[in-house]
Design a protein around this ligand. Structure first.
Ligand SMILES: *[C@@H]1O[C@H](CO)[C@@H](O)[C@H](O)[C@H]1NC(C)=O
Ligand SMILES: *[C@@H]1O[C@H](CO)[C@@H](O)[C@H](O)[C@H]1NC(C)=O
Ligand SMILES: *[C@@H]1O[C@H](CO)[C@@H](O)[C@H](O)[C@H]1NC(C)=O
Ligand SMILES: *[C@@H]1O[C@H](CO)[C@@H](O)[C@H](O)[C@H]1NC(C)=O
Ligand SMILES: *[C@@H]1O[C@H](CO)[C@@H](O)[C@H](O)[C@H]1NC(C)=O
Ligand SMILES: *[C@@H]1O[C@H](CO)[C@@H](O)[C@H](O)[C@H]1NC(C)=O
Ligand SMILES: *[C@@H]1O[C@H](CO)[C@@H](O)[C@H](O)[C@H]1NC(C)=O
Ligand SMILES: *[C@@H]1O[C@H](CO)[C@@H](O)[C@H](O)[C@H]1NC(C)=O
Length: 697
């Protein structure tokens, strides 16, 4: 076929057209009129007929080109000659490929018949062009000397010869693409039935390199493919192994296709890959470690967004889960021993450490961690030299990191200047090591390396509830209820299932973290205290917490009980209902506590004045009222009057059922979809069992 032929015939020497230059060529050839030759004339264009398509003509000379022809005025022969131009650097023994086009334009009575020869070697004898039907003759000649084509009438009786067009190519070996690259590209083209105009060699010649790819051309070796852009190419199916065979590939864009299956590991082994865009596909599974690791080291820019089935943002973390199961027995043993010895002592140990102003030694408590111990160097590695900060707490900065298994983690470093000291660090580590619940953020490991202290948590994709509520895409009422219920379960677990019970002391929307599926987990156990009614230690000297969430009774009396958490949780509920902050700015000088503000509105029976406008039209008002009443009970001034977290969780659960059934009625009556339930579990089956069973009881 002609187009592929073009790939091997690089230089068009000469196009001959006995007419003006013609632009409408399927192969972009530029046809030029051959210089006027004395004794030649145009064949008159008398016929009205169309130039027909000829199966013989693979070279598709445009019809306007074939509409013109030259013939000698008075001679029985035509000679055309050419020699190679020194500027063309043809080498010693150039090869030329020539294509001659013929079609009769006159409805002639007499016979037009001539011999065609190239350098005196016959190409065709007694040849007669057909009326309005192209005939193409082609041949090859070699050598740097002058070459000629001769058309000679077979007899004096015959009409003079004519010719419509001629092309001469110089044949030049091209440096074909590296054969592995070429094979890989052929496979890709075939597998995905690529609809691009991909023919011939992918990289060569340069001017005919395939669309969507870039090659590197060096003098001593075949061209190699360095960039491939198959974005928006309608690719369907799995990512083919052939992509992995393009071993010099630096840039691969497969975005906006319908690729499915998992991201193959071999992509991580393409050594030079610097940019990989797999966004907007239907890929699933997790991101291979090899890719994440390169990303971490700053070697690769990876885009994977908009792949609904893809996890890697911590949602699948098989290694971690496995480890948990394996160590379960160990955990139980540890927890029994620890419960008896270490944990009972924990409070006293803290006091002692505090007094001595000694640096606490984590080695003492290492037994409480079934978690991994990281070195500072490892942390540096997994956080890519602490390059992305995802949060800031009293403790210090929080960085994102990536473990070998691809799980993302949050690395909370204790800063030298942090308001929370080593005691809090230890407290948090201790408590987290003990607690395991799906609604409490889980500790993956810690680091105590000289002066560096840090905690490594599971990473929570959706950040904290506070930010999420303020963000562009807010949460609907059903989502808020589920988050409230999750958080309530987390707190209930701390209060009821831990022994001694734990009081979080810093419950607030900023400490409720969200996963991709908006599952909520309580975090930040830096202020958490063990609490036992038999102990006298529940008198703390320094009430701590966050303004707006702080239990006024505790603040006034320093008497700590789990009801302080209930108060703070009531504030969280009010924030969820109203969308306001815990401290509402009324004017430059005036601020109001959300509890006072909401209580005022609600006591007048006016829920509309306090409800978040973003949920107002999209919620069951009874469901909201129920939670509002619950919030008011939680924020009672006296701890005794507040419900327990178990009661709070029950209340929210009922409210959730109200909302869900009202939503399904709304859907079936209006016939519209859009139920936010789609991604959630059915309410009747809400899980309430605890994942962590290992705390000592
Ligand atoms: C030749 O004649 C035909 C029919 O009269 C016309 O359509 C065509 O454009 C002419 N071609 C040229 C090259 O003048
Ligand atoms: C000749 O074939 C080309 C491509 O196959 C087509 O576009 C063109 O219309 C045809 N011309 C005639 C006169 O049939
Ligand atoms: C054609 O050729 C004949 C003899 O070869 C010559 O006499 C005549 O002048 C030529 N006519 C033209 C137009 O060149
Ligand atoms: C092909 O490779 C040779 C050396 O192998 C080099 O001299 C030449 O320039 C290359 N040609 C092209 C078109 O890249
Ligand atoms: C890749 O192709 C897409 C679609 O053809 C285009 O929008 C994009 O700009 C291309 N990217 C590069 C780097 O050329
Ligand atoms: C190929 O190189 C050109 C010029 O440097 C650049 O504009 C284009 O985006 C590259 N294509 C790909 C697929 O990277
Ligand atoms: C994505 O893949 C899943 C199976 O892995 C399939 O059920 C779903 O229809 C696919 N979605 C699209 C948009 O192709
Ligand atoms: C993970 O989360 C980040 C930020 O939320 C997002 O940009 C990224 O696309 C997510 N990755 C996957 C695989 O969903």
């Amino acid at each position: 076929m002609f187009p592929s032929l073009l790939h091997y015939l690089e230089v068009i020497l000469l196009n001959v057209l006995f007419n003006s230059r013609f632009p409408d060529d399927p192969y972009d050839r530029m046809w030029q009129r051959y210089e006027n030759v004395d004794g030649w004339t145009d064949v008159p264009n008398k016929s009205n007929g169309e130039i027909k398509n000829s199966t013989n003509d693979n070279y598709d000379a445009p019809s306007a080109v074939m509409r013109s022809a030259s013939t000698p005025v008075n001679d029985s022969r035509m000679d055309l000659s050419w020699s190679s131009d020194s500027s063309m650097n043809v080498g010693v023994d150039p090869k030329f490929f020539l294509v001659l086009y013929f079609a009769e334009l006159e409805a002639v009575q007499e016979l037009r018949q001539f011999d065609v020869s190239v350098d005196n070697n016959p190409l065709a004898s007694a040849f007669s062009p057909k009326f309005l039907l192209p005939t193409v003759l082609s041949g090859i000649v070699q050598g740097s000397n002058e070459h000629s084509v001769s058309l000679v009438a077979t007899s004096n009786l015959a009409l003079q010869p004519l010719i419509n067009a001629m092309e001469i190519y110089m044949v030049r070996p091209v440096n074909e693409s590296n054969s592995l690259d070429a094979n890989a590209m052929m496979t890709i083209q075939e597998k995905f039935s690529v609809k691009k105009n991909w023919v011939g060699d992918p990289c060569a010649p340069i001017s005919f390199a395939w669309n969507g790819l870039n090659c590197s051309y060096t003098t001593n070796s075949p061209p190699r493919i360095t960039a491939l852009n198959m974005s928006s190419s309608g690719l369907v199916g799995e990512i083919d192994a052939s992509f992995g065979q393009l071993t010099l590939l630096q840039h691969l864009d497969l975005s906006h296709n319908s690729l499915s299956g998992s991201i193959p590991v071999f992509l991580g082994q393409v050594p030079a890959l610097q940019f990989l865009d797999l966004s907007s596909n239907n890929l699933s599974g997790s991101i291979p470690w090899s890719l994440l690791e390169k990303t971490q080291r700053g070697l690769l820019t990876l885009r994977v967004d908009n792949n609904p089935g893809l996890c890697g943002n911590n949602t699948c973390n098989p290694i971690q889960k496995k480890r948990r199961n394996k160590t379960k027995l160990l955990q139980i043993v540890i927890s029994v021993i620890v419960a008896v010895s270490l944990l009972v002592l924990a409070v006293f140990l803290f006091v002692i450490w505090d007094r001595r102003k000694k640096r606490p030694d984590l080695a003492h408590s290492t037994n409480t961690f079934e978690n991994r111990r990281f070195t500072y160097k490892e942390l540096k590695h997994i956080t890519n030299n602490f390059n992305s900060v995802i949060g800031r707490g009293g403790f210090g900065l929080v960085y994102v990191g990536c473990l070998e298994n691809g799980a993302l983690v949050a690395v909370k470093m204790r800063s030298e200047t942090s308001s929370q000291g080593n005691t809090e660090f230890l407290a948090e580590a201790q408590h987290l090591a003990r607690v395991h619940h799906k609604n409490l953020v889980s500790l993956i490991g810690y680091c105590k390396d000289k002066k560096h202290l840090s905690l490594v948590y599971e990473y929570m994709d959706e950040g904290n509830l506070e930010d999420r509520l303020r963000g562009q895409e807010s949460l609907n009422w059903l989502q808020r209820l589920k988050i409230a219920l999750d958080s309530a379960h987390g707190l209930e677990y701390l209060h009821k299932s831990c022994s001694p019970p734990l009081i979080h002391r810093d419950v607030k929307t900023g400490n409720i973290l969200l996963t991709t599926n908006l599952q909520a987990k309580l975090s930040d156990f830096g202020l958490t205290r063990a609490f036992s009614s038999e102990m006298v230690t529940h008198m703390t000297t320094r009430p701590a917490g966050t303004l707006g969430y702080l239990d006024p009774e505790y603040y006034a009396t320093s008497h700590l009980s789990e009801k302080s958490d209930v108060y703070s949780f009531g504030v969280v509920l009010l924030v969820l209902i109203t969308g306001q902050r815990a401290i509402i700015t009324i004017s430059d000088t005036e601020r109001n506590n959300i509890t006072i503000w909401a209580r005022h509105g609600l006591s007048e029976g006016d829920i509309d004045s306090v409800i978040d406008p973003r949920i107002r039209g999209d919620c069951d008002i009874n469901s909201v009222w129920k939670v509002a009443e619950l919030a008011l009970q939680c924020t009672q001034h006296t701890g005794r009057d507040r419900p327990t977290m178990t009661e709070v969780a029950e209340g929210i659960s009922e409210s959730l059922q109200l909302e869900t059934s009202s939503r399904s009625m709304r859907c079936s009556s209006s016939g519209t979809g859009g139920s936010a339930l789609a991604d959630g579990e059915p309410v009747g089956a809400l899980e309430t069992e605890l994942i962590g069973e290992t705390s000592a009881r």
